[in-house]
Design a protein. Structure first.
Length: 364
């Protein structure tokens, strides 16, 4: 507490200690108002630039800065009161002051990291630029975790805790905790895998052929990932699961495929070459079909009751609803081409041939 003697020297002398405390509180109040206005003015100027770093800095600074002013003012006031008393309660004021300063700085850094990430993503989206929100949020959580751990160690050191002994115990105790919390550790490492390998992001549609998992990713946490299924239920999947299963991400597909088998009657085989040529010509002129990708219209097989051919094309759109509209138009047009060639789409039939002589013998 001796460190504050010079700061309170100007208030010492014949002035009553109560008046000194009042003046310190008044000066602290005025300083807080002054700091708020200065930061607000600087924040307004920073918004005229495209740099989001200064916006995040000033947006995050106001409350912690005022809190820091009050902590310092409180420390000075308590130092004045302590000079009039021998109570041992005032001996811990310096420690409390230091802890308060660390907490204010930690609060500022936490707010700054969170604010900068949100402003950075908004800026990229407004410019139409791509941004991996999952990775950005993951890095943000990692930085905030590092700040929290560092602040905790500093606070413990100020409280007189032996950090060296604590870290030594952590080496042994960490093994015991790790064994007791294997599932939690697996899920956390699974979360790291998702953040850095990026098999999917928030908003992606994912599904797994190994598990009954399919839906839209709503949130990726350290322990679980929240997925909204197509029946609107919220499914929470432990992150460790994603390290052991095959996962498909249809949201990242470049095209959608139309692969259909169609059969005509055996009596229409003579018209089939012309039908296939017309279908191929139609697909090559269809703007919904990607002409740079594989396009196939070929005879496939002579089936039991039909002659089958197949079409294989890739659409430009990957939107599920738009894809089905494109596919519907293609299938209707194929049916019209078949009908224009006096042919029909076959359906399962069975022809029974009866030997007339054998039938007459049975009737006799």
């Amino acid at each position: 507490m001796e460190n504050w003697s010079d700061m309170t020297g100007l208030l010492s002398g014949n002035m009553d200690w109560r008046l000194q405390v009042f003046l310190v509180v008044l000066m602290t109040l005025i300083t807080g108002i002054f700091v708020r206005r200065i930061i607000a003015k600087l924040s307004g100027r920073s918004r005229s630039t495209e740099n989001v770093l200064d916006d995040a800095f000033f947006d995050s600074l106001v409350t912690p800065a005022i809190g820091l002013v009050w902590i310092i003012g409180f420390s000075i006031a308590v130092h004045i009161v302590a000079a009039q008393s021998d109570s041992i309660i005032f001996q811990s004021v310096g420690m409390i002051r230091n802890v308060g300063i660390v907490l204010m700085l930690t609060w500022f850094l936490q707010r700054f990291i969170r604010s900068y990430i949100l402003l950075f993503i908004d800026l990229k989206v407004s410019r139409g630029e791509s941004v991996d929100t999952t990775l950005v949020h993951g890095l943000g959580k990692l930085l905030r975790g590092a700040v929290a751990i560092t602040a905790t160690l500093i606070v413990l050191q100020n409280l007189g805790v032996n950090i060296g002994g604590l870290l030594a115990f952590g080496g042994v105790g960490g093994i015991a905790i790790g064994l007791a919390a294997q599932d939690i550790c697996k899920n956390m490492f699974g979360g790291f895998t998702i953040y850095f390998d990026r098999p999917f992001s928030v908003g992606d549609w994912i599904r797994s052929p190994d598990r009954d998992i399919e839906g839209k990713v709503e949130q990726i946490g350290w322990r679980v990932t929240a997925i909204r299924t197509f029946n609107k239920r919220l499914l929470y999947v432990p992150n460790s699961v994603f390290t052991t299963i095959a996962l498909e991400n249809p949201s990242r597909m470049s095209h959608r495929r139309i692969y259909e088998h169609i059969g005509v009657r055996y009596s229409d085989v003579g018209s089939l070459p012309k039908i296939l040529e017309e279908i191929k010509a139609y697909l090559k002129q269809n703007k919904d079909i990607d002409q740079d990708q594989t396009l196939m219209v070929n005879l496939d097989e002579f089936a039991d009751s039909s002659v089958n051919f197949f079409i294989y094309v890739l659409t430009h759109t990957t939107n599920w609803a738009e894809y089905h509209q494109v596919k519907e138009r293609v299938m209707f047009e194929i049916n019209e081409i078949i009908e224009r060639n006096n042919s029909e789409i076959a359906f399962p039939t069975r022809t029974l041939h009866i030997n007339n002589e054998m039938a007459l013998n049975e009737l006799r």
